[in-house]
Design a protein around this ligand. Structure first.
Ligand code: SF4
Ligand code: SF4
Length: 227
């Protein structure tokens, strides 16, 4: 069974935010509207973080696309009182929205702040309401949601291969963010296949795991800038 993971090359990322928008479109993420946005309630399964470095006037800004890191040892799962989140057989950290009671323990436990509570019923302005992805369920007010590595795409690719009576190839499964990135800053594949692009990149001297000391073992790995 592949160990699906992602490598994000920060040297290639131009912070264009195509991955942010592509993710919202693919996964039916609702629009917050100005009132909810003013209260910091915007949902972004893929978020562009901005990190400042140095002291005035010698300041530098770094940007960092940040999805759920699909940790191999995820603290978010341990705290859920109703088993509404789990590490599924594909190693992807999943959210079962129908079971979620909205207690937000998982949101507090995630050290990467990638989990979002639905403070409002999701809505989409104008024609966008007619362009929802029918492969992804819409989440109601009161539950927590987050990036799924576009797991529905894995299910689709697997079904296609099964119908054609052949084995699915890892390159047939790509999350929307990796597919849309115009500079190819996002790589995706099987971390356990030593020859795969992600596995090779994850062993690079530029490879960096966020908050590695916590032992969460994230499957999203960054390549540092400027080295
Ligand atoms: S789409 Fe690619 S280049 Fe654009 S912000 Fe996302 S990772 Fe960076
Ligand atoms: S990044 Fe956060 S939500 Fe995602 S698996 Fe790790 S602890 Fe859980």
């Amino acid at each position: 069974m592949p160990r699906w993971g992602m490598v994000i090359d920060l040297d290639r990322c131009t912070a264009c935010r195509a991955c942010v928008v592509g993710c919202m479109q693919e996964n039916n993420v609702g629009f917050a509207g100005p009132e909810q946005a003013a209260m910091g309630r915007v949902i972004h399964w893929m978020e562009m973080l901005t990190v400042g470095e140095g002291e005035y006037p010698n300041l530098r800004t770094h940007t960092l696309p940040r999805p759920c890191l699909h940790c191999d040892h995820p603290p978010c799962i341990k705290v859920c009182p109703v088993n509404a989140t789990n590490r599924n057989p594909d190693g992807i950290v999943a959210q079962i929205h129908a079971r979620c009671i909205g207690c937000r323990y998982c949101t507090a436990a995630c050290p990467y702040t990638v989990r979002y509570f639905n403070w409002y019923e999701p809505s989409w302005p104008g024609e966008m309401a007619h362009a929802l992805n029918d492969e992804v369920s819409v989440r109601p007010k009161g539950v927590v949601e987050k990036c799924t590595f576009c797991h529905h795409r894995l299910v689709r690719a697997r079904e296609q291969a099964r119908m054609e009576n052949r084995a699915m190839q890892p390159e047939e499964y790509q999350p929307a963010c990796a597919e849309i990135c115009p500079t190819r800053a996002i790589f995706f594949g099987d971390l356990d296949d030593p020859g795969s692009e992600v596995a090779v990149l994850s062993r690079s001297s530029r490879a960096l795991k966020l908050l590695e000391d916590l032992g969460t073992e994230p499957k999203v790995i960054y390549l540092k800038e400027g080295e």
